[in-house]
Design a protein around this ligand. Structure first.
Ligand code: NAP
Length: 355
């Protein structure tokens, strides 16, 4: 291929899609035509990418004519149906949904850890993991390379814009905040926030404003949620540790964007704290931000809109010399979805040129 490749952004109007358009505007311009696709609801609307107004097209088979690479930023069911169609039209697909993450013929890729895996794609599809896995795995993966990971205990504090909620989650949280803002007594009696917010809690199973919800995703096995199962399955697959013990609890918190993850990581070998700091200070895609006495630790409000995973509160576990406790924050729409997909896509541009 001599000309620049044609890119399709499928789901250009969603929470991840909107961030993707910003990133395409600011990243090095390696693409020729950029085609924006969404549901028929959005067809005909205009939005800007690379400083130019671009019309949204309805997702259709014809829309993939001449497309070299398609970024899929749509719900799982839509990706499951349409990714093979895009491939049949000659496109390589990079998918952010959960549709193909468990498929052994679809590589599951985090460029900082296993970027090479994207080059072998029997189905023509490359998948990225979910935003909670992405928030923690770049950090934990860098430590694993030196100390050998034995076990993870993870509590994820997931933002309203996270997977399964997206733009609808942001809209619901903002509406709820409006409903609770005026009454300074709310949050002091059982059920008062629930009554103020009302029955319509959007994509959440209860009120999120002034509250936390220990559930996201669909019911999984043995009382786990699908979100919790995804963290375990994706982390095991990307790190190549099929037997890794991982206990996860996913909690939705009233943050618009930016996942936080509290991690207890147990390793095969004792962990010198100074060496752990050195590794984290130089790991690609990670920023160490760790002087709590000076108020220096990552929070979602501080890291939203940035690319890396930010890690702080790094300490040797009080009762276990082989374990570290740490706190990671990352923007779920950037590294948690759009950035990871775009990094994969950009790494494949040379392959597309060779086609
Ligand atoms: N949000 C996150 O933090 C995050 C992180 C990692 C992965 N992901 C994954 O990324 C994907 C997108 O998530 P999101 O949060 O951006 O969701 P979202 O805000 O709900 O956006 C969904 C997008 O998909 C489009 N869409 C929905 N149904 C469609 C259909 N039948 N045909 C064509 N387009 C359709 C929507 O278009 P319309 O506007 O026209 O409806 C919109 O552009 C999901 O698979 C999610 O699991 C999300």
């Amino acid at each position: 291929m001599t000309t620049k490749p044609t890119l399709a952004v499928v789901g250009a109007t969603g929470a991840v899609g909107s961030v993707m358009l910003q990133m395409l505007t600011h990243h090095a311009d390696v693409w020729g035509e950029i085609r924006l696709l969404a549901s028929p609801r959005s067809a005909g609307r205009k939005t800007a990418v690379r400083g130019e107004e671009c019309e949204i097209l309805a997702l259709s088979e014809e829309a993939f004519e001449g497309v070299d690479l398609a970024l899929f930023l749509v719900p799982e069911t839509v990706a499951a149906q349409w990714a093979p169609i895009a491939v049949s039209k000659g496109a390589v697909v990079v998918d952010t949904s959960a549709a193909y993450r468990g498929d052994p013929d679809v590589p599951l890729v985090v460029p900082e850890l296993n970027g090479h895996a994207a080059r072998v794609r029997p189905r023509g599809i490359v998948a990225g993991p979910g935003s909670t896995t992405l928030a923690l795995i770049v950090t934990v993966g860098s430590l694993h390379a030196e100390f050998g990971l034995a076990e993870l205990v993870v509590t994820a504090l997931q933002a309203a814009s996270g997977a399964g909620a997206g733009q609808a989650g942001v809209d619901a949280l903002r509406a709820q905040l409006g409903l609770v803002a005026a009454d300074g007594d709310l949050g002091t009696h059982p059920g008062d926030v629930r009554r103020a917010v009302g029955e319509n809690t959007g994509p959440f199973p209860g009120p999120l404003a002034l509250n936390v919800l220990p559930w996201s995703g669909a019911p999984g096995a043995d009382g786990a949620s699908s979100a919790e199962e995804h963290v375990r399955d994706e982390t095991r697959r990307i790190l190549g540790l099929p037997g890794l013990r991982i206990a996860t609890t996913c909690v939705r918190v009233p943050v618009v964007t930016g996942h936080s993850v509290s991690v207890h990581a147990r390793f095969e070998h004792p962990v010198p704290l100074g060496r752990a700091h050195e590794i984290l200070a130089t790991a690609p895609g990670v920023v160490l931000c760790d002087d709590p006495a000076a108020g220096d630790f990552p929070t979602p409000a501080d890291v939203v809109g940035t690319d890396p995973a930010w890690v702080g509160r790094v300490r040797r576990s009080l009762d276990d010399e082989r374990a570290l406790d740490l706190f990671v924050c990352a923007d779920n729409l950037r590294k948690g979805a759009a950035l990871n997909a775009l990094q994969i896509a950009e790494s494949l541009v040379t392959d597309l040129r060779d086609l």
